[in-house]
Design a protein around this ligand. Structure first.
Ligand code: ZN
Length: 450
């Protein structure tokens, strides 16, 4: 791989320039012009590195789908990434223009650089380098979607509708930040997410709390009772069956959890949560990866502005999310919440499902896991952190369920990439290392047997 790495170093300035062109396209999923521009630009890049591609229709934004043949007997590998980005948010919170890639202190700052443009672009530049150096790859396919930040709504259906086209033995992708230790990170799964809103009706309009106090029902009080019924003061969720389907970590997984780097006191100080200081790593990671959550995201209703306003709200709601672990599913969880409400006399509380992404996990023993960890270790010179599961949610299930293909993903961005936040950034040296990691992953998967 020395030739390949040298090629990457020699061409680094051009790779960066090309990345910056992509970064200037403000491809938020709802901006159809930018979405078109970004998807066409990626198609051109794939074509140029010997991976002929098409823009394919989906129920939402176009999918960029490419294919290239590779070594006989090697596993077919499906790559995934997303060209859509989060909106920039408030301009004044950024130190430079959100969509003008700006170099400072060895980093590129731009919306979408870490999430996910530099990460999937690393795969594409790896293909260029391998081709230039005459190194064969396994048979590769790629799908780049344009709706990840809005919940990947079209992806599962698209994958199911194109099973044959996308069929593969392994799905590999790069997304997310590295572990806080900044060691390269490989992860085998993720939690799912279910976004719910619960509505409690009052009389439909705000009224004077004196003229109507004790007369009209107050939906805010009712909402308080609804929420209090769902979780006890110790933090245990009291929705019946909430953890019934949870599969505890295997012994091998527990060992792995206990070996993950964990700086309890540092984290406790950083987050201002003293109890983290004394937590054993396995317990910390089990909470994060193997247990579901029930979170109140925000309460809506009544008067919350400055000063006081003596009203009885006409209607209230709560936005919640449930992070699900493997073997839990959004429909079943929604049904549990419904049953809980009915059982507690809250039959009239309405539930709206805002979004749902299923969890997924690939077995630690998966035959390609070692190959990828070794390839990442070699290319980075560091021991990768292997996560059984991300705490967050990514659309791996689209491939696991739709194709029956296991997913193993890496995180190429620095731990403090600030994705979704102002001043999103990627270390330039980590981007170039990412190109090498992708190249070495493809190199090793070529030698693996399907
Ligand atoms: Zn994101």
């Amino acid at each position: 791989m020395d030739d390949v790495y040298r090629y990457i170093d020699e061409n680094a300035p051009r790779f960066l320039d090309e990345l910056k062109v992509l970064l200037r396209i403000p491809s938020v999923a709802t901006d159809s012009e930018a979405v078109g521009q970004a998807s066409r630009a990626l198609k051109d890049h794939l074509d140029a590195v010997g991976m002929p591609s098409d823009l394919m229709e989906s129920t939402g934004n176009p999918m960029v789908v490419g294919r290239k043949p590779g070594a006989d007997g090697a596993p077919r590998v499906l790559l995934y990434g997303h060209y859509d980005v989060m909106p920039a948010g408030k301009r004044e919170l950024w130190d430079s223009e959100p969509f003008e890639p700006t170099e400072r202190d060895g980093r590129i700052y731009c919306r979408g650089v870490g999430d996910n443009k530099a990460q999937h672009f690393a795969h594409i530049k790896a293909l260029e380098a391998l081709r230039a150096c005459g190194v064969e790859t396994p048979p590769l396919k790629i799908v780049l979607e344009g709706e990840e930040e809005t919940g990947s709504e079209s992806l599962p259906g698209f994958v199911k509708d194109h099973r044959e086209l996308l069929a593969a033995e392994l799905c590999y992708a790069a997304d997310g930040p590295r572990h806080e230790s900044n060691r390269p990170t490989v992860y085998l799964g993720c939690r799912g997410v279910l976004g719910l809103e619960l509505y409690v009706e009052g009389i439909g309009r705000d009224v004077h709390s004196g003229n109507r106090g004790n007369i009209v029902p107050n939906p805010a009080w009712k909402l308080v009772h609804v929420l209090a019924s769902m979780r006890d003061p110790k933090g245990r969720v009291t929705i019946e069956g909430f953890e019934d389907d949870v599969i505890p970590p295997t012994n091998a997984e527990r060992v792995l959890l206990s070996e993950l780097p964990y700086d309890g006191p540092g984290m406790a100080g950083d987050l201002g949560v003293p109890e983290l200081a004394g937590l054993a790593p396995a317990e910390y990671y089990e909470r994060l990866m193997f247990k579901p959550t029930l979170t109140i995201n925000g309460l809506v209703g009544g008067y919350t502005g400055e000063g006081g306003m003596t009203v009885i709200p006409g209607r209230c709601s709560v936005k919640m999310d449930i992070r699900m672990v493997v073997n839990q599913d959004p429909e079943r969880m929604t049904a549990l919440v419904r049953r809980h409400l009915d059982k507690h006399g809250f039959e009239d509380v309405k539930i709206e499902v805002h979004d749902a992404m299923k969890p997924s996990r690939t077995d630690l023993e998966n035959r390609y896991a070692d190959t990828i960890v070794r390839a990442v270790r070699e290319a980075s010179g560091e021991e990768p952190v292997v996560w059984p599961s991300l705490g967050g949610s990514i659309p791996q299930y689209a491939f696991v369920e739709g194709l029956g293909t296991p997913c193993i993903w890496s995180a190429y961005a620095n731990w403090d990439e600030a994705n979704h936040a102002p001043n999103e950034n990627v270390h330039i040296h980590l981007f170039l290392q990412a190109v090498k990691m992708s190249a070495n992953v493809f190199n090793h998967l070529r030698e693996a047997r399907a």
